[in-house]
Design a protein around this ligand. Structure first.
Ligand SMILES: [Mg+2]
Length: 269
């Protein structure tokens, strides 16, 4: 069995400003079923927003959902979601100093930080909006206030559609990369047999972690330069940059995911 793991917004979902292929989502749904691929969505979305994406865009249900930027794992079967029983314990054990409430307190009142609604936060995720043009000043205050005190990772990304800067504080042991590694190991699958597709900053770690990576054609500049830096350090990394032209698709969003899956042989004619 091989895993096709993909980010949702602006990777599998055509919700950015680039042109999308109308037939790409039905093609994705058919190809993943026809080739019996184990499908994982890896997203910053919570469960409710993931369900909304499935309904709004017509993407199939995945076999597993790594949600909330890697801080939750659920599996889908018999039409219900089941939380992965081992993941929360694994995170708590491997990031023992993590304390979401303490981080929230340490960052309360920082000028330029706006806390996201509670449904976007969780026991392993404390999230904020940041004015993108002011990010250097704000991020330096954040680093001074919390860095290396809570076994935390500080992840900044830019939502090119809304124009929002997004700041996530997460346990260092829980992110898109580690959650996908955990899932692959649980299914006895080598990391190289996991194809991961992404488009933006919080996809950098899984794209440079030993999986077979795919950047959709609309991948943002921050991600492309991060991946290129990683390739300079480790030319053995497997990363594919979707270009378009595969099966008549343009390489943006879903088309780039399909192109990457063909590139690595998950799909074949
Ligand atoms: Mg994305």
């Amino acid at each position: 069995m091989r895993i096709l793991a993909t980010d949702l917004d602006r990777t599998l979902l055509p919700n950015g400003s680039w042109p999308s292929d109308p037939g790409a989502i039905p093609m994705f749904n058919e190809l993943t079923v026809a080739h019996d691929v184990f499908v994982v969505y890896v997203t910053g979305r919570n469960l409710a927003l993931t369900e909304a994406a499935i309904a709004d865009f017509g993407i199939r249900h995945p076999h597993a959902l790594i949600g909330d930027v890697g801080t939750s794992i659920r599996t889908w079967g018999d039409d219900v979601w089941t939380p992965d029983p081992g993941w929360d314990g694994h995170v708590a054990r491997t990031s023992p100093a993590w304390d979401a409430d303490a981080i929230r307190g340490a960052l309360a009142g920082v000028d330029g930080l706006v806390e996201q609604a509670r449904e976007h936060c969780g026991p392993f995720k404390q999230s904020y909006y940041v004015e993108h043009d002011d990010r250097e000043r704000v991020l330096s205050i954040v680093h001074d206030a919390v860095e290396n005190r809570y076994d935390e990772a500080i992840v900044y990304s830019f939502d090119s559609q809304s124009g929002d800067g997004l700041l996530d504080l997460l346990p260092r042991s829980a992110n898109k990369q580690t959650a996908l590694e955990y899932l692959a190991e649980a299914h006895g699958i080598d990391n190289a047999d996991v194809v991961f597709c992404g488009d933006s900053g919080n996809d950098l770690h899984p794209l440079t972690a030993g999986f077979s990576g795919v950047l959709v054609r609309n991948a943002d500049e921050q991600l492309v330069s991060g991946v290129n830096r990683a390739l300079d350090l480790d030319p053995e990394l497997k990363v594919y940059f979707a270009q378009g032209g595969c099966r008549g698709l343009n390489g943006y969003y879903t088309g780039g995911v399909i192109e990457g899956a063909f590139h690595y042989g998950l799909f074949a004619d």
